[in-house]
Ligand binder design. Structure first.
Ligand code: PHE
Length: 357
C-alpha cells in the first residue's frame, strides 16, 4: 500500500494537464483501478487481517482522491493565469481606427427641413404612429363611407373579438397631428410634424412605411399666398438653389379647401434622378387652406381663425436632393448603401453653417 501511495501521489504531482490527471484517477481509484483490485483481495483475508487492511485501503483511496482534487484545482488556476497573461491588453495604446456609423438620408433631410422651418417660425409637433380612426379620418372631414379611406390603402390594427369600436390604424398621413396640435395648443399655431406613416403600396417611389412632414399655420389673417411663399422659401433653402420649378396643380383633399398639389421639375435620365431640369415632374406635397370643419374638430373657432396646411414626402425630397433613384433601398438596411448615401454623424445641419456638407 505504501508503494501504491508513493507511486500515485508522485504521478499526481507530476501531472501536466487534466487528461493526464483523469488517466491517473482511472488507473488508481477507478472501478478497475489498482485500489479496487486490492479491495477485492480483502475477501481472501482472515478477519483480523481484514480489520487492518480495510480501513487502510479506504484511507489510501481518500488520500489519492484529495490529491487529485487539489491538483485539478491547481491546474485550473494555472490555466486561468496563463489566459490572463496571454490576453493582456495595453489600455494606454491608441484605439484602432474603425468604421464610423452614418446618418440616414431620411434623418438628414428631417434635420435639414426642421432647421429651415425653425427659421420661418415653425416648431416641431409629434403624434402617435398608431392613431385613432377619428384623428386619422373623421376629424379630417373623412367620414366612414368616404372613398378616400379606401384610396389610402390603410393598415388596420387587430381588434379584439366582440369589440365594435372602430379599429386603430397605422396613420396614413401626418395630418392627424394637425388635429392633435390644435387640441393641445389652440390658436395661433405654426408647427411642422415630421414622422413615419403607412400605406399598403410598393414600387420604385412607394414603400409601405414612409415619411411625411405636415405643416400647419393657423391665425386670423392667413391666405393661400402665405402658403405659396412658405413653400417656395422652403424649396429654395432645402435644395440650396435659387430657382426651382414648382408646379401648383388644383387638387382635392377632404381636409383642405381650396387644395393644391405641388410637383417639382426633374429628370430621370439614365437611371439618374436630377432636380431642376428635364421634362418630368415629381409630386412632393399636397396642400391647401384648412377646411373650417377641420379647424372646428381641433376645437378652434373657424369664424375667427383660418390657416394653411401641407403634407410633404420627406423621402421624396431626400431622393430628389441626393439623387437616389429607388425609394425601396432606403429601408433595406444594406450597409453598403448606408455608407454610400449616409451623412457624417455630428454634422448638424443649420442654415449658417450649411445644410448638407
Ligand atoms: N395628408 C395628405 C396626404 O397624405 C397631404 C396633405 C396634407 C394635403 C395637408 C393637404 C393638406 O396626401
Amino acid at each position: 500500500m505504501d508503494d501504491l501511495k508513493t507511486k500515485y501521489l508522485g504521478q499526481i504531482a507530476e501531472a501536466g494537464d487534466e487528461n493526464v490527471l483523469e488517466a491517473i484517477r482511472v488507473a488508481a481509484v477507478g472501478k478497475k483501478g489498482e485500489v479496487a483490485l486490492k479491495m477485492r483481495e480483502l475477501g481472501k483475508m482472515t478477519p483480523e487481517e481484514r480489520q487492518v487492511a480495510g480501513p487502510a485501503l479506504n484511507a489510501l483511496k481518500d488520500e489519492i482522491n484529495s490529491a487529485l482534487a487539489a491538483k485539478k484545482a491547481a491546474l485550473a488556476d494555472a490555466a486561468l493565469d496563463e489566459r490572463l497573461r496571454t490576453e493582456w491588453l495595453d489600455v494606454t495604446l491608441p484605439s484602432r481606427p474603425h468604421r464610423q456609423g452614418s446618418i440616414h438620408p431620411v434623418s438628414q433631410a428631417t434635420e435639414e427641413l426642421t432647421a429651415i422651418f425653425a427659421e420661418l417660425g415653425f416648431s416641431v409637433a409629434e403624434g402617435p404612429r398608431i392613431e385613432t380612426d377619428w384623428h386619422n379620418f373623421d376629424a379630417l372631414n373623412i367620414p366612414g363611407h368616404h372613398p378616400a379611406r379606401a384610396e389610402m390603402d390603410t393598415f388596420y390594427m387587430h381588434r379584439a373579438e366582440g369589440d365594435n369600436r372602430p379599429p386603430h390604424v397605422l396613420r396614413t398621413h401626418t395630418s392627424p397631428v394637425q388635429i392633435r396640435s390644435m387640441e393641445l395648443q389652440g390658436a395661433p399655431i405654426r408647427v411642422i410634424c415630421p414622422g413615419g406613416v403607412y400605406r399598403a403600396d410598393y414600387d420604385q417611389t412607394h414603400t409601405p412605411m414612409f415619411h411625411q412632414v405636415e405643416g400647419l399655420a393657423i391665425d386670423t389673417d392667413i391666405s393661400m399666398a402665405n402658403l405659396k411663399w412658405v413653400l417656395e422659401e422652403f424649396v429654395k433653402a432645402f435644395f440650396e438653389v435659387d430657382g426651382v420649378d414648382l408646379r401648383f396643380r388644383a387638387s382635392h383633399f377632404p381636409f383642405t379647401e381650396p387644395s393644391a398639389e405641388v410637383d417639382i421639375r426633374c429628370s430621370w435620365e439614365g437611371g439618374q434622378l436630377k432636380i431642376g431640369e428635364g421634362d418630368d415632374w415629381l409630386e412632393i406635397l399636397g396642400s391647401g387652406m384648412v377646411h373650417p370643419q377641420v379647424i372646428a374638430a381641433g376645437g378652434i373657432d373657424p369664424e375667427v381663425y383660418q390657416g394653411f396646411a401641407f403634407g410633404m414626402g420627406i423621402d421624396r425630397i431626400a431622393m430628389l436632393k441626393y439623387g437616389i433613384p429607388d425609394l425601396r433601398a432606403f429601408f433595406d438596411s444594406d450597409l453598403r448603401w448606408l455608407r454610400h448615401y449616409g451623412f457624417a454623424a455630428l454634422d448638424m445641419p443649420n442654415l449658417h453653417g450649411g445644410l448638407s456638407r
